[in-house]
Structure formats: structure tokens, C-alpha cells
Design a protein around this ligand. Sequence first.
Ligand SMILES: CC(C)(COP(=O)(O)OP(=O)(O)OC[C@H]1O[C@@H](n2cnc3c(N)ncnc32)[C@H](O)[C@@H]1OP(=O)(O)O)[C@@H](O)C(=O)NCCC(=O)NCCS
Length: 166
Amino acid sequence: MKSFRVRELKSTDNEALLAFEIHNREWFESHIDARDPSFYSLQGVADHIECYLSDFAIGAWHPFVIEDSRQKIVGRANLKSINSPKRSAQVGYRIDQHACGQGLATLALRHLIHEAQMRWELKQLVAYVYQENVGSRKVLGRCGFSLEQLSCNEKAGEECRFVLSI
Ligand SMILES: CC(C)(COP(=O)(O)OP(=O)(O)OC[C@H]1O[C@@H](n2cnc3c(N)ncnc32)[C@H](O)[C@@H]1OP(=O)(O)O)[C@@H](O)C(=O)NCCC(=O)NCCS
């Protein structure tokens, strides 16, 4: 694999993050829910980052980006809705269309699992994935997540719940 690293989101990421999100907007919208159109501006992304970083400060969210060797953002991964009393959180990730198929989502999810264990001392991670998102389901399976059968009917357009006990 080329050289990539996962690092925390920073307040100075506005321009790089906007470029990443605009460049991949159609790709993401074909797999996951669309963002509000107001997100796609420097102010929109600045507000988004501020919100994520203030949630990080209160221990509710842990946002990361994946960078290539030229410091270009090629992916994002988040521990979301961290619930310390329940010791659980959700995971989410998205990878630049042109950087897919190199193991980056797997790298990012393994990083989230490590942080969930070591920093947040969580016991359970949950992911919601559309039935037809084969790539994401493969990443989750590879990282040890199991499909909760009851939550997943076989209709396209339906979300499935995957769980990892750690
Ligand atoms: C899903 C996604 C995160 C995968 O990222 P990635 O960096 O390509 O993932 P990885 O390379 O770690 O692994 C993906 C695996 O799925 C496989 N895969 C991807 N699409 C596939 C498809 N349509 N059918 C079969 N296998 C597929 C890849 O070949 C790879 O397996 P391999 O390593 O054995 O070859 C990326 O496609 C993405 O960002 N999609 C849009 C946003 C999204 O869906 N996020 C997840 C929401 S739950």
C-alpha cells in the first residue's frame, strides 16, 4: 500500500475537506444519505468542522481524516454518538472514489476500533449500512463486525445494523 495516515480532523482542514467532499459528492450520494446543500461552501464546512470539534471536546465524537503522502485528504472516519455510560458508539467512514480498493476503509475502521478501545474504553461499536453497499459490508466483516439478522431484511434501500463487541 502507498503511504497513508489517519489523523484527527483539525480546524484548519476547511479547504482540503471541502475539496474532498465536492469531488466525491455524487459518489457518496450513491451510497449514503446526501448532505444538506448548504454544507458545500467554505462556511458550511467551517461550521461542520466546528460542530465536530466541539462534540469531540465533550467526548461525544472523535473525527479523523485519512491523508496521502502529499497531505491530500482521501478519506474520513468518525466515532459518532459516543455514549460513555453505555460504553458504545457508532462508526462511519467514506473514501475518495479514486482511492478505493486499496484497503483504506479497512485501515480507517481498524483505527476507529483501536481508539474506541484504548482512548474511550468502549465495549460495543455499531454501523448502519445500506443492504446493497457490498464494499462497506466487506470492510465491516473483515474487521469483525457481525450482521444483526433481525434488523436486516433483504430489500434494497434498507439499512442493516452491524455490531462489534470489543
Ligand atoms: C465502502 C467504502 C468505504 C470502501 O472503501 P475502500 O477503501 O475501497 O475499502 P477497502 O479497500 O478497505 O475494502 C473494500 C473491499 O470491498 C470490495 N468491494 C468494493 N465494492 C465491491 C462490490 N461492489 N462488490 C464486491 N466487492 C466490493 C473491495 O474489492 C475490497 O475487498 P478486497 O480488499 O478483498 O479486494 C468506499 O467504497 C466508500 O467510501 N463508499 C462511499 C461511502 C460509503 O459507502 N461509506 C460507508 C457507509 S456504511
